[in-house]
Design a binder for this molecule. Structure first.
Ligand code: C5P
Length: 234
């Protein structure tokens, strides 16, 4: 994979005109965009069709978490938009994960990657007991990553700090999609446990999710090119 193909740009906006302008400008410079609940709830499937040009790769980050039958239906609707990556919460359990894997496989070779969310990185060890988990976060992340793999999912979203442990447990084919990325020259914003794009790729990330360092930059295409240059240095 070329370095630029590993970059997914997070479009966290409700403004579809702004999103379209960003996507059009970035087309060809990055691997794809990530469209999440903020954009999708405001603009729906029509909004997704409006901002993307035909065949443009995108990650539809809707993090489904529901009973198997509902997740199956939601995934079938989502797949009509032809995303290249979709996701569900691993804590939805084995039956839901298997149902999700079976549903994406209905599309055969053109199926999207099915990725699991393990533990949201906004949670800390102290939150775990409140929601009834007895493990510390890293143990729970590993447990859910292994469950997702066993149920036929292609990979997980994880923090840069979890890459190595998940790689060791799940092997080199398991896809790791990694947000919490800040180039050395960008401000951190509300992200805490971050690494640079280069560090994340060197640790074994398959894709890195980058939002504001590109989308809030005066010249988003220049920011993307600078990141690609940093990834390309041998
Ligand atoms: O602007 P920024 O680079 O912080 O955007 C990161 C994107 O990745 C946002 O869409 C955020 O919701 C998402 N994300 C994250 N941490 C996770 C999972 C998703 O920052 N663990």
């Amino acid at each position: 994979m070329k370095p630029n193909e590993r970059i997914l740009v997070a479009l966290d906006t409700t403004d579809k005109k702004r999103a379209k302008k960003l996507i059009t400008g970035l087309n060809g410079h990055i691997g794809g965009v990530k469209i999440g609940k903020e954009f999708f709830t405001a603009n729906g499937p029509q909004g997704v069709r409006y901002v993307l040009s035909e065949g443009q790769p995108f990650f539809l980050d809707l993090k489904f978490h529901d009973i198997p039958n509902t997740v199956i239906g939601a995934l079938r609707s989502a797949m009509k938009l032809k995303p290249s990556i979709v996701n569900v919460h691993a804590s939805g359990g084995a039956a839901m994960l298997r149902a999700a894997a079976q549903t994406v496989s209905e599309l055969g070779l053109s199926r999207p990657l099915l990725i699991a969310v393990t533990i949201l990185t906004s949670l800390e060890d102290t939150d775990m007991a409140d929601i009834g988990f007895s493990s510390i976060i890293t143990d729970q992340v590993l447990r859910l990553a292994k469950l997702a793999q066993k149920c036929g999912l292609d990979g997980v979203v994880c923090s840069p700090h979890e890459i190595k442990a998940i790689r060791d447990a799940c092997g080199s084919d398991f896809k790791l999609i990694v947000p919490g990325i800040r180039p050395g020259w960008a401000t951190h914003g509300d992200q805490r446990r971050i690494t640079t794009p280069r560090q994340a790729i060197d640790r074994g990330a398959d894709y890195i999710v980058i939002g504001r360092p590109i989308t809030d930059h005066d010249k988003p295409v220049d920011a993307a090119k600078r990141i690609v240059e940093e990834l390309s240095v041998v």
